[in-house]
Design a binder for this molecule. Structure first.
Ligand SMILES: Nc1ncnc2c1ncn2[C@@H]1O[C@H](COP(=O)(O)OP(=O)(O)OP(=O)(O)O)[C@@H](O)[C@H]1O
Length: 301
């Protein structure tokens, strides 16, 4: 595997907020990799670190082995869409794309790119008059005008209707067919599931997992879980607080849905509650979790 994006012990602090905490991961060249994490997890900050829009407090974010600015024409190395703020409002969509191609020194055809992103009909319109959805499409066309090896996108499906989501997935699959690398941040696994090859998962500024998406989806997909705890009420409160549902409490046994095993494990650990005999309903026993102090009077399954 050739790693084309590498975060090495990357940390970013904003005053007292540590948005990214000693993060290390890599992204395979030629793959579509999802960067998954809840709101505030540190995804945008990490992307901005790769793009050198913010400086790391420590560590490094490398593009193909070096910081972005060390590449002769950064726009040919990376094209990025972080938000819709991509073009001068009084310039036409076509001119904005042409300008980006000229700056990057490519021969990318503006009309072709605008057609690819579904903006052929508004090529002559000032970008200031385009809707937010159209601006996101224009931002992608501008990013692609540099014919970049790597495309970085922050929540590109936000605000798109189902047809827009299908469209952008097709564009991204097309980029993969061309051998390009795509790194795409999202807070929804369902959005990425049928698109990405790999996943990097971040929570509270820390990487909690990375690797093949198929293996990850299987491990982290919310299941119905059965678990024993000697603090069932406290565990129920913690599960509800984390967005899970407690379907049933029967003595020390809880039936829980809406959380993946690893999430339940973390919720319990954060609340200082021991879990015991965690099983997926209808599935095999899961790895034992925080069971350092097993309930003494509990029957084991
Ligand atoms: N410029 C900044 N100044 C201060 N705090 C910031 C700044 N940028 C980000 N943060 C904080 O860093 C943390 C991570 O934010 P970030 O935007 O990277 O997360 P995210 O995963 O992209 O979330 P979202 O999907 O909501 O954008 C948050 O607590 C956020 O408030």
């Amino acid at each position: 595997m050739r790693a084309i994006l590498q975060a090495e012990n990357l940390t970013k602090r904003f005053g007292s907020i540590e948005a990214v905490k000693n993060v290390s991961f890599s992204v395979r060249a030629g793959a579509v990799t999802g960067f998954l994490g809840p709101s505030g997890a540190g995804k945008t900050t990490t992307l901005r670190l790769f793009l050198e829009l913010v400086r790391p407090t420590s560590g490094a974010a490398l593009i193909d082995g070096k910081p972005l600015h060390e590449w002769p024409v950064p726009a040919r190395k990376v094209g990025a869409v972080l938000d819709g703020e991509c073009a001068h409002p009084s310039r036409s969509a076509a001119d904005s794309v042409r300008w980006a191609a000229r700056l990057a020194g490519t021969t990318a055809d503006a009309a072709e790119l605008l057609a690819k992103v579904g903006l052929a009909d508004v090529a002559g319109r000032r970008s200031g008059s385009l809707s937010p959805g159209m601006l996101r499409r224009l931002a992608l066309a501008i990013a692609l005008a540099g014919e970049p090896e790597i495309v970085i996108l922050d929540e590109p499906m936000n605000g798109l209707d189902p047809e827009g989501v299908t469209w952008i997935k097709d564009v991204l699959r097309d980029l993969r067919r061309q051998g390009r690398t795509v790194f795409i941040a999202s807070h929804l696994l369902a959005e990425l599931e049928d698109l990405v090859d790999d996943l990097v998962v971040i929570a509270q500024g820390e990487i909690v997992g990375s690797g093949s998406a198929a293996a990850f989806v299987d491990r982290y997909q919310p299941h119905t879980l059965s678990v024993l705890s000697d603090q069932p009420q406290e565990l129920a409160t913690a599960v509800n607080g984390a967005g899970g549902q407690v379907l049933e409490i029967n003595g020390q046994r809880l039936l829980i849905s809406g959380l993946a095993p690893a999430q339940l494990d973390r919720v319990a650990r954060d609340a200082g509650i021991a879990l015991f005999a965690l099983t997926e309903e209808g599935g095999p026993p899961m790895v034992s979790t925080t069971a350092t102090n097993l309930p003494a009077d509990t029957e084991q399954d």
